[in-house]
Design a protein around this ligand. Structure first.
Ligand code: ATP
Ligand code: MG
Length: 577
């Protein structure tokens, strides 16, 4: 491809609207153009990367026996009403009416449509297992679209759906997708972790997210230094503390703590450690019922754990009015003593002695409060956020290490949620009707491209992993007006293309310095630099973008060198786990 004829205008300046590096670099290297908030055009350069990632996905899924189809972006409300998600899904679902007034939405995901497709075709257990996938445009009206393709409103997703005869078969499908995902992200040259994640309030199902490790990730991942256990912080379990002998219970005592609300303020004022405080948080369930959650002062409540324990879809921190109604006091001074609502307490609270709590009265705290003696706990459980450095609850040998991650994919066991509500059944070998057991599996294609940039860059620009680079090699012609140089460059281009390499040939009549900058910004794995000075000595230079290493070789040697360097780069990338 001749760069002079390609649609590729690079930007020198860092665009103001872009906060993350990948977004900046995608805009600067002309991969994407914004059309509206969270809505982008994939420019030719960007689209090549998308297509590369898609090709890897297709290969690995086809290898697992998955079958590709393509469903519509526009979906009728009826299907969503059947699954009961039409009202439940919230504002991310973009709804609209057609000219006849019928309700439709733009698909944010395709469980409803695929279940409808399969229920019409599925008759017998002999047709199962079935795993259908598509690579298609989704729309989610995200509150805060940002970071370019990372969190768009319109984005390309690979979504797959498995249908099986029973739980055991469904689990097999799940793990086959899990392994396919690991191969996909591996081939994309990414450092990633498969992470146990929250699957919501529906019991029994489980899920893994695939996270690309990057400081700009929105998710926090905890991983054991010793065993395999890796989990999203939303889900990461805490080790149950050893029970301690309780002995010296002191008399409770009320103390004035004027204006001291936060754990730190109260602890400092009373001259105690934060871990001597019991933090009382008041939440409200969907139906308005308040619930108190107690954690040790130096711990944080994990709302997801609480929500799942209560079997709720939503849980919110109570507002001032609700807190007053539930506790009789203002926010900042809540405590369990005399509190008449359901009280959940973290396991660590059970081991506390002579603790400090709020007194449900302005500017007042209780001293020497003891669980069970001074207040009743409805249920103890694991209700806190796990922290970096604490002991792993699974192996008890390692400790938690903390990473930031970008969720690029997720595998999920759905069970019979959709097949029951939408009547997707088959006859088993005894002629009995059964609902299909389902799984769903997503990969954000654009987000994967963005995550790859977050992980592979330097101060000069992008450093594409070989397998997803938009082209393999860039040829830089430093003297386009010189006939010999141009012939040499074109010959190399032809030779490489004959060998099926993808080549971007910078034949623009611009300064050499400009070409070097653009080549580094665009970040193709290899650069072949052809100039008058070198050719006089009978050589061109081959530069490896990742290392900056340059080697002089004869023009005829370039193809061999390109093969050798690309192979060794691929090998290195394979080893970067
Ligand atoms: P998130 O928690 O980041 O909002 P999600 O868990 O809602 O994502 P899924 O429903 O699991 O997303 O979708 C599957 C994949 O689609 C995600 O793993 C992610 O890679 C991608 N994805 C989801 N939302 C977006 C978005 N707004 N922009 C780009 N990619 C997205
Ligand atoms: Mg997800």
């Amino acid at each position: 491809m001749r760069m002079s004829k390609y649609l590729l205008n690079t930007l020198k300046e860092v665009p103001r609207e872009a906060e993350t590096l990948s977004h900046q670099l995608m805009l600067r290297s002309c991969m994407i153009k914004k059309v509206a908030a969270g809505i982008y055009t994939y420019m030719p350069m960007g689209y090549r990367v998308i297509r590369k990632i898609e090709a890897i996905i297709r290969e690995e899924l086809n290898r697992e026996g998955c079958i590709e189809l393509l469903m519509p972006a526009v979906q009728p409300a009826e299907l969503w009403q059947e699954s009961k998600r039409w009202d439940f899904y919230g504002k991310e679902l973009l709804r609209f009416k057609d000219r006849k007034g019928a309700d439709f939405c733009l698909g944010p995901t395709h469980e409803e449509v695929i279940t409808d497709v399969v229920r019409r075709e599925l008759k017998s257990y002999r047709q199962l297992p079935l795993n259908l996938y598509q690579i298609q445009t989704k729309f989610r009206d995200e509150i805060r679209p940002r970071y370019g393709l990372m969190r768009g409103r319109e984005f390309i997703m690979k979504d797959a759906y498995s249908f099986d005869v029973d739980d055991q078969a469904s689990e097999k499908s799940y793990w086959s997708m899990y392994h396919a995902y690991a191969r996909i992200f591996h081939r994309c040259g990414l450092k990633f972790r498969a992470v146990e994640a929250d699957s919501g309030a529906i019991g029994g199902s489980y899920t893994h997210e695939f996270h690309v490790l990057a400081d700009t990730g929105e998710d926090t991942v905890l991983s054991c230094t010793h065993c395999e256990y890796t989990a999203n912080i939303e889900k990461a379990e805490c080790r149950k503390p050893e029970s301690v002998e309780h002995g010296d219970f002191l008399e409770t005592e009320k103390r004035e703590t004027p204006g001291k609300k936060s754990v730190e303020e109260v602890a400092e004022f009373l001259g105690v450690q934060p871990e001597n405080l019991i933090k009382t948080m008041i939440f409200v369930a969907e139906d308005g019922t308040p619930v108190a959650v107690l954690v040790r002062g130096d711990h944080e409540v994990n709302e997801v754990k609480v929500r799942n324990f209560l079997g709720l879809n939503a849980l919110e921190l109570a507002d001032e009015e609700t807190i007053r109604a539930a506790t009789g006091g203002p926010s900042g001074f809540s405590g369990p003593v005399g509190l008449n609502i359901r009280i959940l307490a973290d396991y660590a609270v059970r081991e506390m002695e002579n603790a400090v709590t709020g007194a449900n009265e302005k500017d007042m705290h209780w001293l020497n409060v003891n669980p069970e003696r001074d207040f009743k706990v409805s249920e103890y459980g694991d209700f806190r956020l796990a922290e970096e450095g604490e002991q792993c609850p699974r192996c008890e040998e390692g400790r938690y290490e903390q990473f930031k991650g970008i969720e690029v994919g997720q595998v999920f066991r759905l069970g019979t949620k959709y097949s029951e509500s939408m009547d997707c059944r088959f006859l088993d070998e005894n002629g009995k009707e059964k609902p299909a057991v389902m799984g769903c599996y997503g990969i954000g294609v654009g987000r994967t491209a963005a995550a790859a940039i977050e992980q592979n860059n330097d101060e000069n620009g992008i450093i594409w992993p070989v397998n997803i680079a938009p082209f393999d090699v860039m040829i830089l012609n430093l003297d386009v007006r010189d006939e010999d140089v141009s012939i040499a460059a074109r010959t190399i281009e032809e030779k490489l293309e004959e060998m099926s390499f993808e080549v971007l040939y910078d034949d623009r009549d611009v300064r050499a310095g400009f070409k070097f900058k653009d080549a580094d910004l665009i970040g193709l794995p290899l650069q072949v630099i052809v100039g008058k000075r070198g050719l006089k000595e009978g050589v061109v230079e081959v530069k490896v973008r990742r290392t900056g290493d340059r080697e002089k070789v004869a023009p005829a040697e370039v193809p061999r060198k390109v093969v050798e360097l690309l192979n060794s780069l691929k090998e290195q990338e394979e080893q970067r786990r």
